[in-house]
Ligand binder design. Structure first.
Ligand SMILES: [Zn+2]
Ligand SMILES: [Zn+2]
Length: 373
């Protein structure tokens, strides 16, 4: 309750006029990027509120939707080592069970933390793309799914998420799967990313679009889908290949959320993405911590965060700060790579830089293979 009052009194980002799902897409957007004034703590929302929380799970993705009637949907869970903290945060929010647990795609920064949730909370259904994928974390995830129990004690239901799957968790909220569709994409830079589950949540007062890690091909496949949303979970941690101008024009988000780890080795979010989002309100889990969005009875979207973003950082470019750590340059192509990139240059062509910033000062440009998660 204290949180809620604080929210009401301090909040300057109440998005008056957020439109109902059937309304026209949001039009002009304020030009200030990240700027929450409120430091929130995680706690249950007042009755009748729809709450969406994007968790700070470092470099990874995780969000929960708590519907007004108490039903819950967890979308991704960050890396495995984030699992315990994720369960604790869910409990702080009053979540005792998960009705729908969604693994957008089998990368560890999305499914790892879900394993702990599956072990420690009743789970009704698990949605997964069901794509063959070899990794120890995905294997552990599938094992945990097999053991998971629903609130009624029966086995958790495993469902392949495909476009068209729609549920109505509460009378005024609907969740629709927009992607992937059959046949799954093959031969892309990352088929796991491009076949991510994409969800649209339509609630009274606002729409949310959850995009997993889709890249160009995945975005192209949404061409005939209604992707308009007030709140966009920016794809692929803000990588340049997860957002383009056309897509943003179709979504028309007022608010963009980037789930990203501080000083991550991929250079996420990329400066191109930040530039594209210039006119939107941008929230980043590395700066704002957990990002809490609420739609109450007044159908106005309220946003608070568990950390107040530093004000002395360049909002229009997350790149210099994000690109810390050693990188490997190619003296021929003048391109630099993350040190664990799958496509490192031949040993004789390698140049080592102490940071991406140093590489860029030397005239090197980032290679897209730094965006592999
Ligand atoms: Zn990812
Ligand atoms: Zn991924």
């Amino acid at each position: 309750m204290r949180w809620y009052l604080l929210l009401l009194s301090l909040l300057i980002v109440a998005l008056a006029g957020c439109r109902a799902p059937s309304g026209k897409p949001s039009g002009a957007t304020p030009s200030r990027p990240a700027e929450p004034a409120t430091a929130a703590t995680l706690e249950p929302a007042p009755a009748g509120t729809l709450q969406v929380v994007f968790f700070d799970v470092g470099q990874g993705d995780s969000a929960v939707v708590i519907f007004p009637n108490g039903k819950t949907m967890l979308i991704d869970g960050g890396e495995t080592h984030q699992g315990r903290a994720l369960v604790d945060k869910l409990r702080q929010l009053g979540v005792q069970h998960i009705d729908w647990l969604v693994a957008t795609h089998p990368h560890s920064d999305h499914i790892g933390g879900l394993i702990e949730v599956l072990k420690r909370m009743p789970v009704g259904e698990v949605w997964d793309i069901g794509m063959p994928y070899e990794s120890p974390v995905y294997r552990d995830f599938l094992l945990a799914v097999r053991e998971a129990r629903a609130p009624d004690g029966k086995r958790a239901v495993f469902r392949k998420a495909r476009a068209g799957l729609t549920i109505q968790p509460s009378p005024d909220a609907r969740v629709q799967v927009l992607a992937p569709r059959e046949p799954l994409l093959v031969g892309t830079r990352s088929d796991a990313n491009n076949n991510s589950v994409v969800l649209r949540l339509d609630a009274s007062g606002g729409r949310f679009l959850f995009t997993g890690d889709i890249e160009r091909e995945g975005i192209r496949r949404l061409a005939d889908m209604d992707v308009r949303a007030d709140v966009l979970k920016v794809s692929h941690h803000g990588a340049a290949n997860g957002t383009d101008r056309k897509f943003l024009e179709r979504v028309q988000p007022r608010v963009a959320v980037i789930s990203v780890g501080a000083n991550n080795r991929y250079g996420h979010p990329h400066r191109e993405t930040i530039a594209l989002l210039e006119k939107r309100r941008v929230y980043r889990t590395d700066w704002h911590g957990d990002i809490v969005l609420r739609l109450g009875a007044d159908q106005k979207l309220q946003i608070a965060t568990t950390r107040v973003a530093p004000t002395n950082l360049p909002q229009a470019s997350g790149a210099p700060r994000a690109r810390a750590g050693v990188v490997i340059g190619n003296r021929n192509s003048r391109v630099y790579h993350a040190p664990d990139c799958a496509r490192l240059p031949q040993p004789e062509n390698r140049v080592r830089f102490r940071s991406a910033a140093e590489a860029e000062r030397a005239g090197y440009r980032p290679h897209t293979c730094v965006q592999t998660e």
